[in-house]
Write a protein that binds this ligand. Structure first.
Ligand code: DGL
Length: 272
């Protein structure tokens, strides 16, 4: 029996669509429901308490849509609230930190790994803990890059300003001679060319979106809840504010057009 219930994916806003894109590429038969909390983005500048509350509301909205699994596409939420979500909800809840860490450990030769993310992700220490739990000897260097998110949201994926900002953020990591760099934020895969150019071709960039899609696929099979032979119906997109902007910039992240984006009010119980 195939399980045609959708996979639920959420993020603070648009960036999680990079994860949707990879899941669609890898698992074209799976039905998907996405929620982007565009009314309250960014999460990466907020306190753990606030991120935690938002994470629970977002997950409740998706479980209300009858999903079989929740993918927390947001690194900030994955860093702060993943364990609590797993304890609270009776379905598989997957995050984006662990897949990135596993891939970085497989890629590194020198054991010197950089991680870039939002300020909240870096302050949480989640990456350091996850690396230490798997391979205690590795050296992990983290760097918050708060301006990357607004640059991507504006669609400024290259050009002088983006290059200069990236140079300033990445210089300390070049100084640490990392050989692997985890893109620890939903938005950063869209800046890959700029980041690769500054870090140099010898540094392996870990795109957590790709790794997460692989983990989702493995878990569906392991739990026997993988979808039908497909093709899936079009993903359903929900946001908490300004669906037009979500759609415009979101199509960049998703790499395909979105037919319909529905606005919902989580505080009023998730209705439109
Ligand atoms: N989705 C967030 C993350 O991956 C980035 C945007 C935000 O700060 O909310 O950490």
């Amino acid at each position: 029996m195939k399980d045609v219930r959708p996979i639920g994916i959420f993020d603070s806003g648009i960036g999680g669509l990079t994860v949707v894109r990879e899941i669609r590429r890898r698992l074209p038969a799976e039905n998907l429901v996405y929620f982007g909390d565009t009314a309250r983005v960014p999460y990466g500048t907020k306190s753990p308490r606030v991120v935690y509350d938002f994470a629970f509301q977002d997950t409740r909205f998706l479980t209300g849509q009858g999903v079989k699994m929740v993918v927390v596409a947001c690194h900030t939420v994955s860093s702060i609230a993943l364990d609590s979500l797993r304890e609270a909800f009776p379905l598989p809840v997957l995050g984006v930190v662990e897949p990135g860490v596993e891939a970085a450990l497989a890629a590194t030769r020198t054991g010197r790994i950089g991680v870039i993310g939002t300020r909240a992700t870096v302050l949480s220490g989640a990456y350091e803990r996850s690396f230490a739990a798997r391979r205690p000897g590795v050296s992990v260097f983290t760097q918050a890059c708060p301006l990357f998110v607004p640059l991507v949201e504006e669609g400024w994926l290259d050009g002088d300003v983006t290059g200069q900002v990236a140079e300033l953020y990445l210089r300390p990591l070049i100084g640490k001679s990392v050989d692997t760099l985890v893109l620890g934020c939903t938005h950063y895969p869209l800046l890959k060319p700029v980041i690769q150019k500054i870090m140099g071709e010898g540094v392996v960039l870990i795109d957590s979106a790709e790794e997460t899609a692989r983990t989702v696929s493995d878990r569906l099979l392991a739990d026997g809840i993988d979808g039908g032979p497909g093709p899936a119906s079009e993903p359903r997109f929900f946001v908490s504010d300004i669906p037009q902007h979500f759609r415009k910039v979101g199509e960049l992240c998703l790499g395909e057009s979105m037919r319909q984006v529905v606005q919902v009010d989580l505080e009023a119980g998730g209705t439109g």
